[in-house]
Design a protein around this ligand. Structure first.
Ligand code: ATP
Length: 359
């Protein structure tokens, strides 16, 4: 396996309506054996970035190195990378073992060799019993595993996966996530995985590359990206339900207390630093407490409860608009129309001008 080093990579597309910068001077490294998810909203440049690494797009400028080797002039088939894309293209008239070992057929291996290798790969990814079936007899998840098997068989330098699970249902997705992690441990692969699903990225990644409008917004562990978001974009994109974000001012000239605009609601932040007068205050729904006895600082009324097992996402109408909160609902059910009050336990302050995290 190998590391992937991307430096100042830029990819522009020119068309009749002008030039689009899909990837905007992006630099990062995926270490040997690391699992990195590239995550961001639709159109932020994830696929283009992956296709540049694969050699399927020619960068406008910048460099890509695989294991220290510059690959600008290396065609995709000689980069020895495995791709798994969203659309699974298995050959319907070939059995599973033939599909898995197809790359070996192209490189002239005998039928016996191919069957043996396919068997070994199939054992690794636990589809040994499917070898003699046809794709049409398999579930979506099994087909996905065959596609992964086909990419493993060539012992590639690294894996590039583009939304490989987006066609699977929620339950299967969860199973496949666990399996993909197991497969990665088995083969020790360097994985670069594109998804727009931040929850998927949080579960799978060693590090996440969060992109917006062609640029890296943050590159870090799921823990860092969730707990120390670089800016309001990352804070809003990562975490479910979405963070509460409100314009506020700092009446004392420091960040210790902020006053949410157009209300008298003051939130103690515990942040003892100088900050600009105008900020955005953010607090995650999990970092709030909903009181039913009137002891909280901001009054409101529950407008909607979404139950998720023992937890509920509670939407509260208040003087500062609708706030999201997560509560345990097993013991004390909360209902729409209930009068409640809210306390905030942990906050972030962002610069209102450019959205960067201040503290
Ligand atoms: P999605 O999650 O929807 O697949 P993405 O984050 O992968 O989106 P890209 O597909 O990389 O985003 O697209 C980034 C930008 O580049 C978009 O504005 C897209 O329209 C544009 N783009 C991508 N490929 C081309 C192309 N071949 N020609 C012109 N523009 C393109």
């Amino acid at each position: 396996m190998t590391n992937i080093q991307v430096e100042e990579l830029r990819k522009e597309f020119s068309g009749e309506s002008g030039t689009i910068t899909a990837v905007d001077d992006v630099s990062f490294t995926v270490e040997d054996g690391e699992f990195v998810c590239i995550v961001g909203p639709s159109g932020c440049g994830k696929t283009t970035l992956l296709r540049c690494i694969a050699g399927l797009e020619t960068p406008t400028s910048g460099s890509i190195q695989l294991g220290g080797e510059e690959v600008a002039d290396v065609p995709p088939q000689h980069r020895n990378l495995a791709f798994v894309f969203q659309d699974i293209t298995l050959y319907p008239h070939m059995k599973v073992w033939q599909n898995i070992s197809y790359p070996l057929k192209l490189s002239g291996h005998s039928k016996e060799e191919r069957y043996e290798e396919a068997q070994e790969v199939a054992e690794t990814i636990q589809i040994g019993e499917l070898l003699d079936k046809y794709p049409g007899d398999l579930s979506g998840g099994q087909q996905q595993r065959v596609a992964i098997g086909r990419s493993i068989i060539r012992s590639p330098r690294a894996y590039l996966l583009d939304e490989p699970m987006s066609d699977l249902d929620a339950k299967l997705k969860k199973e496949m996530r666990v399996e993909l992690q197991q497969i990665q441990r088995e083969v020790g692969g360097t994985m670069t995985y594109v998804t727009h699903d931040q929850e998927e990225a949080m579960t799978l990644s060693d590090r996440m590359l969060v992109m917006d409008e062609g640029e890296i917004q943050q590159y870090g562990s799921p823990h860092a990206v969730y707990h120390e978001p670089n800016n309001t974009f990352v804070a809003q994109f990562i975490g479910s339900p979405e963070i509460n974000l409100l314009p506020a001012t700092c009446p004392n000239g420091d960040g210790r207390t902020v006053e949410v605009e157009e209300s008298g609601w003051r939130i103690g932040t515990g942040i003892d630093e100088e900050v600009p007068e105008k900020v955005m205050v953010g607090f995650r729904p999990r970092h709030t407490t909903v009181h039913r006895d009137g002891s909280g600082e901001l009054d409101g009324e529950i407008s909607l409860v979404e139950s998720v097992g023992d937890e509920g996402i509670v939407y509260v109408d208040s003087e500062v608009g609708e706030l999201r909160s997560v509560v345990e609902i097993e013991e004390k059910p909360v209902r729409e129309g209930d009068a409640v009050s809210i306390d905030v336990n942990r906050t972030y302050l962002f610069d209102r001008e450019d959205g960067t995290l201040l503290t």
